[in-house]
Structure formats: C-alpha cells, structure tokens
Design a protein around this ligand. Structure first.
Ligand SMILES: C[S@@+](CC[C@H](N)C(=O)[O-])C[C@H]1O[C@@H](n2cnc3c(N)ncnc32)[C@H](O)[C@@H]1O
Length: 499
C-alpha cells in the first residue's frame, strides 16, 4: 500500500531554511524535512527566511525575504536589471565561486550519473544534491539508454578546475533584442520573466560594449524616423528585432533589422545614420519575417548596405558570419575550448578525424590545421554550406562535410572503410545518439574527444563508452557563459579495449 506524504509547507508560510545547492535556473535549493524548496537569489551555505509561494507535491518555490546567514561567496550583482531580466542567474555569486560550483556540478554528475570515479581534490562547495537530483530526473525522461552499473568502474578521471575568463564581462559577440512600444516610445531589451512584455534596456553587462551602443542608437534612429515597432498581439507594426554581431578579432560589425514586411521606410536615412555613428559597421541587412511566431528570423535576408558577411578568426582559422549563420557567442572561451579539444586529439598530421555534430565546421577546421583528414557531419544543411565556404576561405582541402544524422552517416562511413584515429563529438544538450555511441565503440578510434554543453548527458554517454572499452582520462570544464548556470566541458577518452 502506498502512502502519500503531504508537503511540510503551505502557501504563504514563512520559513527559515538552509540552502544546500543550486538548481537548474540558479535558484538556491533548500530542504525542509526532506522537501525541496527552490528560492531565487539564495546561495549554498546560507540560511534564509522565505515566503512559500508555490507548493507542488515533491517540491515548492519560496520568495527570498531575508538572509539570516550570508555566504562568503555572495556579492552585489552589478547589473541594474539583474532581477528582472533572467539572462544571467549567478551575478550575485563571486566569479571564483561560480567556477568552483560549475566544476563540482560536473564532478557530481560524473560520479552519480556516470558511476565514474573522479580522483583529485574535491572543491567541496556545500551541497549540490538537489541540483544533481534534477539532472538525474531529466535524464530519466530521456529513456532508452540504460546504464549497466555492475560493470567495472573507471580507474579515476581527473576533473580539472574550470577554465574561467580573466574578465568575465562584455564577452558576448551577438545581441538580439525584441523591439516594442511603451507609452508611445520605442523600447527594446528583453522580455520580462514569464511574459512577452518588453523591458527597455540600455546596457547589458555581458555584451560587447559596441553591441550595446549600436542597439541603443538603432532604437533612437528608428524612433526619430517614426518606424513603427512590431506588436505581436495585433501582428501589426514593422520592426521586430534588432540583431548586432561583432567580430572580436577584426572589429567588423553587422546590423540586422528584422521586419514584419518588405518595405523599410526611409531606408537610406536609416543606413546613413547608422554609418555616421559607427565606422565599424560594414554590413547592414534586413531580414523579413512576416510570420506570427516567436522565431526571430524569417527565411528572406537582403543586404541593405555593405557586405553580406563579417569575418572573424578563432585562432588562425577565418570564419565568414552571415546574418543567420550560427557562430559561438563567446569567442575568447571558444578558442580555449577548441585548444583543449586539439590537445586531447593529440594530432601529429597523420590522423584521420571525424567531427560529429560539426555545425559550421568550427572544430573541424580547427583540427584540420593539424590532421591528415577531417570528416564533419551535421544535420542542418545551411550549416554544412557555411562549413564548406569556411573550408574554402582557409584553403583547407583536407576536410569533407556531409549533411545528415551523425548516427546514420558515421556507420555508413565505417561501412565504406573510413577508419578514424580520433572521433570528436559536440552534441546538443540531449547528448549522443545511442547508435552513434555503439558505432564509435565498434570503430575503436585511439581517442575520443567529447565536447559537451550538459554534463548530465556527458556522464551518461561516458559510462556507455567506458563499458565499450574506452577509459575517460580527463574532463575539463570551460566557462563559456560567465554569470549563467551553463557549463561546457571537454572530455578525453582513450581506447583500452582488447581486440
Ligand atoms: C552543440 S552544437 C555543436 C556545433 C559545432 N560543433 C560548433 O562548435 O559550432 C550541436 C550541433 O549538432 C547538430 N545536430 C543535432 N542533432 C544532430 C544529429 N542527429 N546529427 C548530426 N548533427 C546534429 C545541431 O544542428 C548543432 O549544430
């Protein structure tokens, strides 16, 4: 007979609780008689007073009222709109503590989800149980991959300290802000949490300064030229989004005006005013999106002035970035991440490499500098078109790209006799497809380099690869998104199976 326990709290109750972890959205995680309470703004190690605002069967939410005992890691969030925006979740935590927390989260997932042994010093930031609990619950939803926990454990993985930024601000190279109208004026910034009300924003501290300046000026110009902001309820008005991209290495800027219609009134004046203000702007584009949708871009893009693309470099590799092409948003940390991937790939110039989930081929081209041959596979056709353009741009003839699912294309390559010395994977959050993992196991490359944006699925997939004869040597967390809960990792595996 099952017994259902009632939550120990009720709505509006005033509670005092110790915070033992950080949840998925950066909330503090507290426990009351085993019941989990998520409290936004609270930090691990703190004792806080909170008002219960939502009660669910297994967990609830509280509103922070008072900090009774303060964490040493607490700091003043420097952003004026931090509490309204939601784009950053950890500004109230010292940066060094953010880096430690990110590493600990990775370690916990490797140990608890992957059943892997992590050796070396433990950073011991108090309690992460609940955060990791929710990682595990998320994985359970992703059925189909059963871990065999009876198999031998790894002899020990080194989880290195998170590679952070010297200056963890102004790191984003792309800004995209929705435009709306408020009290007769044009506003642009971000959606208030849980709604589509646009809050005007002057400055975003994680954006490159020039992106902030351009966005502010484009709003002013649109207002002066009486361009109407788009209203998503009535589906009327013109200007939907302003997107600005800056190439950190060349300082080239692209401005994209996303409009609900083809005609841009006073187009020439618009262009002249932008150019007069910013000499770095080399490309002004219009993207037409007339659909009733939350998706930012429509299918049609035209260049209003200047070039179709801007150029940037990651290390020595040059990339062409168009209005719609994907490009990593933190180029400084991308270089660090890719250098680690390159180090783990251990290339001497003789190796054949497969880059699975290759996107626009950034990793493939980075590795192609040191490999004999690189094969890249990616599901999005446009990304592969960009990858081919970028290979040509760099005069690289030792790379081949194919559109398709990694789990279908790589087994085909295997059947065609392609043998990889190194396989690199950089899957989306849900991790690698099971068929792909089994193909990697069957192909027995000397090394696997696993780039991951979700350490929970990374841990699950490492377990499968370990069971198939690979040994995970190292996992390197890299902070691509300071002040947010996200953490990127690179895992290094070597084949140890017996043939
Ligand atoms: C995390 S991104 C990696 C992108 C790329 N490595 C980079 O650094 O720019 C994951 C990529 O996997 C692609 N993708 C998703 N499912 C896929 C599949 N089954 N097969 C191949 N590519 C896939 C996505 O379109 C996306 O470009």
């Amino acid at each position: 007979m099952s017994t259902t326990k009632n939550p120990p709290v009720t709505k509006n109750m005033d509670v005092t609780v110790e915070i033992i972890g950080i949840g998925h959205s950066g909330e503090g995680v507290g426990r009351i008689n085993g019941y989990t309470l998520f409290i936004k703004g609270a930090l691990p190690g703190e004792k806080v007073r909170a008002k219960v605002i939502k009660v669910k069967k297994n967990y609830g939410y509280g509103k922070l009222l008072d900090i009774v005992e303060k964490s040493e890691s607490r700091t003043e969030a420097p952003c004026d709109i931090y509490n309204q925006c939601g784009g950053c979740q950890l500004q109230h935590m010292e940066y060094s503590a953010q880096l430690e927390w990110k590493r600990q989260r990775v370690i916990n997932n490797l140990e608890r989800i992957g059943k892997l042994v992590v050796v070396g010093e433990d950073v011991n930031l108090e309690g992460h149980l609940d955060a990791d609990q929710s990682d595990r619950e998320k994985l359970n939803e992703n059925k189909g991959k059963q871990l065999n926990t009876n198999l031998p454990l790894s002899n020990g993985i080194t989880a290195l300290p998170t590679l952070g930024m010297d200056n963890p601000w102004n790191y984003r190279n792309k800004a995209q802000v929705p435009i709306g109208e408020h009290e007769g004026g044009l506003v642009g910034g971000f959606y208030a949490q849980g709604s589509h009300r646009i809050i005007d924003m002057d400055i975003c501290l994680i954006q490159h300064d020039l992106n902030n300046d351009v966005i502010r000026e484009v709003k002013n110009i649109a207002q002066q030229l009486e361009i109407l902001a788009y209203d998503e309820v009535s589906h009327k008005g013109l200007l939907r989004h302003v997107v600005v991209k800056i190439a950190f290495h060349t300082n080239e800027l692209m401005v994209v005006l996303v409009t609900n219609g083809e005609r841009l009134p006073k187009q020439e004046q618009f262009i002249t005013k932008i150019r007069d203000k910013f000499s770095q702007v080399v490309s002004i584009c219009q993207n037409i999106n007339t659909k009733k949708t939350n998706v930012i871009f429509g299918d049609q893009t035209r260049t209003l002035w200047g070039k179709e693309v801007i150029y940037d470099y990651i290390g020595d590799v040059k990339f062409a970035i168009s209005a719609r092409s994907f490009y990593q948003v933190n180029p400084v940390q991308t270089k660090i991440l890719y250098e680690k991937a390159l180090e783990y790939a251990g290339l001497t110039g003789e190796e054949t490499v497969i880059d699975a989930y290759c996107g626009i081929g950034t990793i493939s081209l980075f590795l192609a500098q040191k490999a004999k041959k690189v094969y890249g596979v990616e599901i999005v056709k446009e990304a592969i078109e960009d990858a081919k353009i970028n290979a040509e741009l760099n005069g690289m003839s030792n790379v081949e790209f194919e559109v398709g699912k990694a789990e279908e294309v790589i087994p085909k390559w295997k059947d065609q006799g392609i043998e990889a010395d190194v396989i690199v994977v950089d899957p989306p959050r849900k991790g690698c497809d099971e068929t792909l993992l089994q193909t990697i196991i069957a192909m027995k490359p000397k090394r696997v380099v696993y780039v991951s944006c979700d350490s929970a699925t990374l841990a699950r997939d490492l377990r499968i690869l370990e069971d198939g004869g690979f040994k995970t040597e190292q996992v390197q967390p890299v902070d691509m998104f300071p002040h947010t809960v996200h953490v990127e990792c690179v895992g290094y595996l070597v084949y140890q199976g017996i043939d």
